[in-house]
Design a protein around this ligand. Structure first.
Ligand SMILES: C[S@@+](CC[C@H](N)C(=O)[O-])C[C@H]1O[C@@H](n2cnc3c(N)ncnc32)[C@H](O)[C@@H]1O
Length: 258
């Protein structure tokens, strides 16, 4: 099984747990990521929008609120997409969902987009250059992208993979320039009663890995944000607040085509 195939299987198994954990009003996405993304969005009304690694469609449907004329989500995991399809039915959405690899989009999608979005997917992509180049080719001239990325400082602390062994708490330490595979228990598994101790694997990329892949794809960084946790958390859940201040979770990049 190659890495992309393993990632697909991994996400198929985690799909329901991910959806349950990430759709609450106090989810990290809702409280930290989305408020910043919202301020960075270009005009989407009447535009063609692609959501890369759309998962269960959490952001796809948020983007639909801005009235795009076309809305496509692509994801590796059929189980994540099954949930997205259920939500589409319930909402009467215009979104179309496609199962496929974000690094090989031309195999599945033959059209151009005005805006390409992606949230927390890049650390599963085995070849960043290939993915940014493929997506850049699908973007109209003067088109824009927003990539919300697990912050390289955050992914640098993910424990290194040691086969199928589960990491100890002490293995969560920053090891920034070490590019070896990472393996850990995701928060949606930790707080889930039905799945016990499920190991999830991903890749840690550094800032320069991202910058090189972006430049090579003919894109440039127009804006970058590192969102802070909500200030209310300082009083309501200080432990959580200070841990997010200490280690930023998201790095949000707005990219333009040169
Ligand atoms: C952390 S989830 C994010 C889902 C969604 N963007 C969100 O924020 O709720 C990561 C998603 O990336 C997808 N993924 C991983 N590798 C992929 C690839 N090569 N091509 C397409 N999707 C991929 C997974 O299946 C999973 O749904």
């Amino acid at each position: 099984m190659n890495n992309t195939e393993a990632t697909r299987e991994n996400w198929n198994k985690m799909a329901r747990a991910y959806e349950d954990f990430n759709t609450g009003d106090d989810s990290y996405s809702a409280c930290i990521e989305w408020p910043t993304i919202k301020k960075m969005l270009p005009e989407l009304s009447g535009k063609r929008v692609l959501d890369v690694g759309c998962g269960t469609g959490i952001f796809t449907f948020l983007l639909e609120q801005y009235n795009p004329k076309r809305l496509v989500g692509i994801d590796l995991s059929e189980e994540m997409l099954k949930i997205a399809e259920e939500k589409k039915e319930a909402r009467n959405s215009i979104a179309s969902f496609i199962a496929g690899d974000a690094a090989k989009t031309a195999k599945y999608i033959d059209e151009k987009f005005d805006f390409i979005f992606s949230s927390t997917t890049t650390h599963y992509i085995t070849d960043l250059n290939e993915m940014f180049t493929a997506l850049s080719a699908m973007l109209e001239k003067n088109g824009e992208m927003i990539f919300s990325i697990i912050h390289p400082v955050y992914s640098a602390q993910y424990p290194k993979a040691h086969g199928e062994r589960f990491p100890e708490d002490e293995e969560w330490v920053v090891d920034y320039l070490n590019h070896s595979e990472r393996a850990y228990i995701q928060p949606w598994i930790e707080y889930n009663d039905e799945i016990e101790d499920f190991l999830s694997k991903s890749i840690h990329y550094s800032m320069s890995d991202y910058m090189k892949a972006i430049r090579q794809a003919g894109l440039y960084v127009d804006m970058m944000e590192e969102p802070a946790p909500p200030t209310e958390w300082e009083h309501s859940t200080p432990g959580r607040y200070y841990s997010f201040v200490e280690t930023p979770t998201y790095m949000i990049l707005k990219l333009k085509k040169m």
